[in-house]
Design a protein around this ligand. Sequence first.
Ligand SMILES: *Cc1c(COP(=O)(O)O)cnc(C)c1O
Length: 422
Amino acid sequence: MNNSEIFQLSQKYMPGGVNSPVRAFKGLEIDPPVIKRGEGAYIYDENDKKYIDFVGAWGPMLLGHKDEDVISSMKEALDNGLAFGAPTYLELELAKFMCETLENVDMVRMVNSGTEATMSAVKLARGYTGRDKIIKFSGCYHGHFDGFLVSAGSGVLTGGIPGSAGVPKGSISNTLVAEYNNISSVKAIFNAFGEDIAAVIIEPVAGNMGVIKAEDAFMNELRALCDANRSLLIFDEVMSGFRVAYKGAQSLFDVKPDLVTYAKIMGGGMPCGAYGGRRDIMEKLSPSGPIYQAGTMSGNPIVMTAGIATLKKLHSNPMYYENIEKYGAMLEREIKDILSQKGIANVINRCGGMMTLFFTKNENVKTYDDVKTCDIDLFNKYFTHMLSEGIYLPPSQYEAMFLSVKHGDKEIQSFSEALRRL
Ligand SMILES: *Cc1c(COP(=O)(O)O)cnc(C)c1O
């Protein structure tokens, strides 16, 4: 079957034809390619069309597709069986490696996705502080957990309105929404509810409204506000962890989080997540403490093996991050040059190998409101053109594109040539 035959039939058996909404290309006039295989910086669809992949499975494939070390260690692990639901040496190996190579992570708990990591971290923060309310930022995504699905309503002090059908008002009545990079919006919430706030959760480099890096002063003040109110600060590094630097976004700031969440890259392409942080907080988790969180598949040996191989390879090759920075900067310059020749207004926000090209006339993009100034028709035209040229990008203006260690001069050049033909 070709791409469109598969996608047509998929819609009969899976809602929208997909298992995660963004894959369906809603809002665009084309159907998504159906992907068959990947290798290095490239993916191939069921029509045997080849693409340079700037999505990387939405972040995880930092090493590129089919990394030989990850695949071979997984093949070896498969010989021992798939799952035991019991302690394994592999869990210890990954947990120990993460605690030793990351900062502010004394202990970790493995889970199966980013959503599970963030919702569990919030539960832990609530159990630890004995408080119910959390602060999140408009435009930040922390997974599909009910309590995070709050629209970026303008009423900062209100509980917000659910951003999805099926989310009871009660589930979000303890979720307060502040504005990214706007410390007074956070102060206002702390002034009103300080005693009740268990935690503030933030993407320190946001990727889910397009790339926006938090400002240093904002992060410093956020930490101070949390301290003053004895609330916990949770960094959601599901996307930025091991991406913007091995040690993640927190290494870019002078601020220590109390809890950190990971997923995506740490699973090397397998379903995986983890949350970790201060020992005195983590020890409140069951069975050592009273806060219950569990998972039949958590710490699965095959997943742990992929994580260990991926993180060890990244950690022992710091030049990967230097190269990604180099090619990221090159790509950014190329896009800037080409679009300025074409007279197309834009802002590019980039943090290492994650970046977003915003089609806006704004001078910069620092908040969710800035993001909303983008020309979506122009984005859709750009996206559709690039896809036809074999450049596979995230199908939304509000997402980050990613480089892998396998992207080099040739891939950047192909991108530029395609963009020139826009
Ligand atoms: C992707 C993402 C999540 C959700 O992770 P899933 O594995 O899709 O559940 C949470 N937080 C951030 C910052 C993410 O980018």
